[in-house]
Write a protein that binds this ligand. Structure first.
Ligand SMILES: [Fe+2]
Length: 390
């Protein structure tokens, strides 16, 4: 029984076609001149034209910025801050896209309190005041960025990804419209969905977990395990997309209150080294880190087994077997949605040393929340098994 504080997102409007109600929502918070950040590909294929049309018809002034690279670098973010001069030119921001777009929108919203480079704000609670209102419309079900206080930035030359964390980065309002996720291709659906699953399970077993965030984390595990395969198989499956949207958001609520752990700590160096997506990095490490953690959190894994509907009533099923089944089931989920590390990596002892060094030296914030301490040698072994250098 622990003391805890539980924090919630500010406001969520959820449901099919909610993005078509953007004018009512914007008028509700009295915005007159907004900057819209939108994922380049979404804009190109016209997937969000209805939002622009609705705003035009209502005579709401807006400027579109779509020059957002996948997982923006600190240099690109600094350039956007200087170019857009957000706090002088706009009274609000709308971010439409996946985690990269939403993270960029968060940083632009607080750019009035950023001096010099965003690099100076990497870490926790270094942004000292609220920004302008920020409305976000997630178009992938994965990062949970729509509700979290985090923005991830990377340095391509130095090959790292790190977090800027501040309660002032939590968006003012989330419009959760599953219709916006219909066009996400299967591969990205799989990678982002497993990122959301990783949030949920890492938050649930994390040292900072609390009884209320556990409710969100467990239901996220249940929903994603039940619906991710369907969403990957058929992107227009309304029920699957709806519950994946919810599962992802629940994972984000769990992050606000608990936080991720070993998978994310090891995934950031992996993603930086090989320039692969955040979701893919997590997916590759997920099962091995969970196998490593299992002995420290077996009681919690029993609850995970229940929500993943793993048979636990058979008297031959010992606690040890159930825990092993959870790891097997996670491995199966990753494989069922088409993710494998086979042939992806050129690894060597030198690379393994480098990855483990980066994880241990740069990701202590996340490692501290992992239920079992991860040493340099542990990290090296997990990388080795995950990258199939056996
Ligand atoms: Fe993540």
């Amino acid at each position: 029984m622990k003391d805890f504080i539980f924090q919630m997102p500010k406001r969520i409007e959820a449901g099919f076609s909610k993005s078509r109600e953007i004018v009512r929502i914007i008028k509700g918070i009295e915005l007159k001149n907004v900057l819209i950040l939108v994922d380049y590909n979404l804009k190109r294929v016209g997937a969000v034209n209805h939002i622009f049309d609705n705003l035009r018809e209502a005579n709401i002034c807006f400027t579109i910025f779509d020059n957002i690279k996948n997982e923006p670098t600190t240099t690109e973010i600094d350039q956007a801050i200087n170019e857009l001069n957000v706090t002088s030119n706009y009274d609000g921001i709308i971010g439409i896209g996946g985690g990269s777009t939403i993270d960029m929108a968060k940083l632009l919203a607080v750019s009035g309190s950023i001096e010099g480079s965003v690099k100076n704000y990497i870490g926790t609670n270094l942004i000292n005041k609220p920004g302008i209102p920020l409305i976000v419309l997630p178009t992938t079900s994965g990062t949970g960025a729509e509700v979290t206080p985090n923005a991830i930035v990377k340095d391509r030359r130095e090959k790292w990804k790190k977090g800027i964390i501040s309660p002032y980065l939590i968006p003012t309002l989330v419009i959760l419209d599953p219709e916006l996720t219909f066009s996400v291709p299967p591969k990205i659906t799989a990678e982002t969905g497993l990122d959301a699953f990783t949030h949920a399970i890492e938050c649930f077993i994390g040292k900072k977990s609390n009884p209320i965030s556990d409710l969100f984390a467990l239901d996220a595990i249940r929903l994603i395990n039940k619906y991710l395969r369907r969403a990957v198989r058929d992107g227009s499956d309304r029920e699957a997309r709806y519950y994946m949207s919810l599962g992802s958001l629940y994972g984000g609520v769990a992050i606000i209150n608990s936080g991720t752990g070993g998978v994310h700590a090891l995934a950031y160096p992996l993603g930086g080294e090989y320039d692969i997506s955040h979701g893919l990095s997590n997916s590759i490490l997920l099962a091995e880190v969970m196998e490593f953690n299992a002995e420290a959190v077996s009681e919690k894994f029993i609850k995970v087994a229940e929500v993943m509907e793993i048979r636990t009533t058979d008297f031959t099923f010992t606690q040890e077997k159930i825990v092993k089944s959870v790891v097997d089931e996670i491995r199966k989920l990753v494989s069922d949605v088409g993710i494998s590390s086979e042939g992806l990596f050129m690894v060597s002892d030198k690379v393994l040393d480098h990855l483990a060094t980066m994880a241990i030296s740069e990701q202590q914030r996340l490692l501290e929340n992992n239920p079992r301490p991860i040493s340099f040698e542990d990290a090296r072994q997990i990388y080795k098994k995950s990258l199939e250098l056996v």
